[in-house]
Design a protein around this ligand. Structure first.
Ligand SMILES: Nc1cc(-c2cccs2)n[nH]1
Length: 228
């Protein structure tokens, strides 16, 4: 998979050189390109935004630099991901789908937004997904992009050593994860549930599933199908 990011804060993504994704990049599983939107401007001040037509507070990102940035990155296989509070909520299912794509381009805009014609133009050349990280407002798309790259990147085949560990995570089967414990068996007068020390694998699996259901009912009843 190749990932390109267009942003006015390219240094923000330096952290992607380390950790899990750093290793995936070393192994050639994921290629990453970070592009400074200002490199696609030609005026002395490298201007990327301007006042909104129709008035109103804030600034809107100009279409010209974005058009050139898209020209430099888009391919027919690209999925353009536009982080925005006005997008479809990001989910584990979306991360799974996007992890199978060949090329993702993340367009990091300011909250006041990117000129709508850029999104419309991108949609004439590639698949575009306007995605929200949640119902709250960030100052720019960079934090949302970082979160999505982590959620997607870890699902790209070959990135995680033991793919089995992915199947029992929260939201993988639509449920929250069960509680986890490790040594010591008693800590500050709190002991690990006996079933986990029993060696009875079926009893352990049943207990963990029940814990998932109980936790999901308590914390995220909205995730439960009607019959659960
Ligand atoms: N979920 C979400 C995305 C955002 C963005 C703000 C600016 C660009 S993207 N805020 N909240």
């Amino acid at each position: 998979m190749r990932i390109d990011i267009v942003t006015i804060f390219p240094d923000f993504f330096g952290v992607l050189d380390i950790s899990l994704l750093g290793k995936a990049r070393e192994r050639g599983i994921i290629e990453l390109g970070v592009h400074d939107l200002r490199d696609f401007t030609y005026d002395r001040h490298r201007t990327v935004d301007d006042t909104p037509y129709g008035g109103g507070a804030g600034m809107v990102m100009r279409p010209e630099p974005w058009g050139e940035a898209l020209d430099a990155t888009l391919t027919p296989e690209t999925v353009v991901i536009v982080p925005t509070p006005a997008g479809v909520p990001f989910t584990q299912a979306a991360a799974r789908e996007l992890a199978l794509e060949k090329h993702l381009v993340f367009t990091c805009g300011r909250y006041e937004g990117i000129d709508q014609r850029v999104i419309d133009y991108a949609a004439s050349r590639a698949r575009v997904r306007e995605i929200s990280l949640g119902d709250y407002v960030l100052n720019g798309g960079e934090v949302a992009t970082m979160a999505m790259i982590e959620a997607i990147g870890r699902l790209v085949p070959g990135v995680i050593g033991n793919p089995e560990s992915l199947t029992e995570e929260s939201h993988e089967q639509g449920l929250l994860e069960y509680p986890s414990y490790t040594k010591p068996s008693t800590w500050r007068e709190r002991s690990v549930p006996d079933v986990l020390l029993s060696g009875n694998h079926k009893a352990i699996a049943d207990w963990r599933h029940e814990q998932q259901l109980e936790r999901t009912r308590r914390v995220r009843p909205d995730l439960l199908p009607d019959d659960q």
